[in-house]
Design a binder for this molecule. Structure first.
Ligand code: N01
Length: 538
């Protein structure tokens, strides 16, 4: 703990309050404090930096975006000197990286850890946000930058009897820092998304019995673990800015050669060869984006991918009935999943698939999990049940904008916002990777957005303008653009966090701009060229 963390906040008036010290929050703090010379501080519920990488310490956790683009570019020396060990590093390495960034830039002295912001109210007279922490301290800031995490607010389904369970229950995204001893234990994992599949493959060899409670089967492709590729390193070293520009000037910013070839424009043999090559190379995003350009927009193209993956499942899983249970029947239109050896894990004698769609979980008992079909005795239950994604953490902060308008009311039927960064009637409040931003990988896009937002702040400050608000009609038009774009894809047809369908009672909504990063950057450049005509300053 340092002096800033322990100092009283009451009566403080900051230029900028950054909420969160994950990938986005750390850079926002550096940019505001060090590059712009503002009095900026960050606030985080966690005891250290890292955001998602601070909380997600579950076994098997690693980044499934290539590290080449899962890093900052703002510090050339850091970009050059930090050497990732693997193409897809483990959580500990990503967290070490974020700590190294924070230490190099001496950011921790400006971060209040263990400090949750619970309320923010706009004060029109002073053009300041009045913020309140969970412990009741109140302070003010001209600007708020919310780096609260796209996938951070946990989704923990409530099953009756959980309090009677004699063993341990953990949500993967709130994993104890000291770890959990699973060796020789009977373990149940609920959920088979990105988190569940990493845990399942990692712990299967360690535990006595592993019960995989699957509600919906998923398409999982190999990740292709390898040391950090030397050719990519050489490219990054030769031309940092060129590499970053190349990654950004794409649809997805995953550092891939995105295909524009329609799946049906090649012969069946050629398709098979392309899918097989992608399967061997690994990478979930690569399998979806480097093979063909229309997998996420054309059902016919999509089916060629699903047929290929289902054939792989049948070839890998020895028991045909089990292979059938593991085979999805819906479209390949969720956030793609990748892990090495997932289907192979189900050939192990100590792993059992439990179909909780056929026989749902009804309770947690003293000894384990009760479904409508059976009682399963376990020592540890792991919830890999995901997140109240995109909007969850924004809505946890009671946010009151102009004329007493509550964010919770404005978003009651689903989020409403502009370019993933601002919200009409909530002046000087900036979101990092908020709703209606691009559907891309994050760190480089965080940097891009933060640079853009802070340039907008600098524009206003240079003209002595205290408040920056979004034009409501422009916001409406942007939301419609996002809805139209999403409707052209297959994502709305499958339930997942992408459309809010994973959390019971959450409004189903389009929450992303699907035009791709390159088009998004052009939109933002046009706004700058118009003299920020989409905004109202006063
Ligand atoms: O969450 P998910 P996640 N009873 O929502 C099941 C990022 N991430 O944490 O499909 C039983 O994808 C649910 O079942 P169903 C990444 O962007 C990245 O795995 O709704 N089951 C599903 O199987 C990812 O997309 C990384 O029927 C229940 C699972 O829980 C995002 O986070 C690693 C249930 C939730 O899957 C979210 O991934 C980890 C219930 N009541 C995460 N409720 C990397 O970079 C939910 N489920 C590697």
């Amino acid at each position: 703990m340092n002096s800033t963390s322990t100092a009283s906040l009451t009566d403080l008036t900051l230029d900028a309050a950054v909420i969160g010290s994950g990938v986005g929050g750390l850079y926002a703090l550096q940019r505001l404090r060090d590059q712009m010379g503002l009095d900026a501080r960050a606030f985080d519920d966690a005891g250290g930096v890292g955001g998602t990488w601070y909380w997600n310490r579950y076994p098997g956790c690693r980044v499934d975006t290539e590290a080449a683009v899962y890093c900052y570019s703002f510090d050339p020396a850091l970009f050059r000197d930090w050497r990732w060990s693997e193409r897809y590093p483990r959580q500990a390495e990503v967290l070490a990286y974020l700590n190294a960034v924070a230490d190099k830039h001496d950011l921790k002295r400006s971060i209040h850890f263990n400090t949750r912001i619970v309320r923010a109210e706009w004060d029109e007279a002073s053009a300041l946000w009045r913020l309140t922490t969970a412990s009741g301290e109140r302070f003010a800031a001209r600007y708020i930058f919310e780096g609260v995490g796209l996938l951070s607010s946990t989704n923990l389904p409530e099953f009756p009897g959980a309090e009677t369970f004699g063993g341990e229950i953990h949500h993967a995204a709130r994993w104890p820092a000291g770890g959990v001893d699973l060796a020789g234990k009977r373990v149940a994992v609920i959920g088979t998304g990105s988190t569940g599949i990493q845990i399942i493959t990692e712990i299967a060899p360690q535990v006595a019995e592993l019960y995989v409670l699957q509600r919906t089967p998923q398409y999982v492709v190999p990740l292709g673990l390898s040391p950090f590729p030397a050719d990519k390193r050489a490219r990054m070293d030769a031309d940092r800015q060129g590499f970053v520009d190349w990654a950004l000037d794409s649809a997805s910013v995953f550092g891939l050669e995105e295909s524009v070839t329609p799946a049906m424009s090649v012969s069946a043999e050629e398709r098979e060869r392309i899918y097989e090559r992608a399967w061997r190379k690994g990478g979930g995003f690569g399998f979806m984006l480097e093979t063909f350009g229309d997998i996420i927009v054309s059902k016919e193209a999509n089916q060629t991918a699903t047929d290929f993956i289902r054939a792989k499942i049948r070839a890998i899983v020895k028991d045909p009935a089990l292979a059938a249970k593991l085979s999805p029947q819906d479209l390949y239109a969720k956030r793609p999943l990748a892990v090495d050896g997932y289907y192979e894990t189900f050939n192990r004698a100590n792993v059992r698939l439990v179909d909780v769609k056929a026989a749902p979980i009804v309770a947690i008992t003293a000894n384990g999990i009760r479904t409508t079909a059976e009682d399963i005795a376990v020592d540890v239950i792991i919830f890999a049940t995901g997140f109240d994604a995109v909007t969850g953490n924004y809505l946890k902060i009671e946010t009151i904008g102009r004329n007493g308008r509550r964010l919770q009311d404005k978003w009651a039927a689903g989020p409403h916002g502009f370019i993933g960064m601002t919200i009409a009637d909530f002046p000087n409040l900036f979101m990092i990777f908020g709703p209606f931003g691009p559907f891309t990988s994050q760190p480089l896009v965080h940097e891009y957005q933060i640079n853009w937002m802070t340039s907008l702040v600098a524009h206003a400050r240079a003209r002595g303008l205290r408040a920056i608000d979004t034009d409501a009609a422009v916001e409406d038009a942007w939301v419609q653009t996002c809805r139209d774009g999403m409707a052209q894809t297959l994502f709305p047809e499958v339930d997942s966090w992408i459309n809010g369908a994973n959390v019971p009672g959450k409004p189903r909504a389009a929450m992303f701009y699907m035009g791709g990063m390159a088009a998004y950057m052009k939109e933002l450049e046009r706004i700058v060229e118009s003299g920020y005509g989409c905004f109202r300053f006063d």
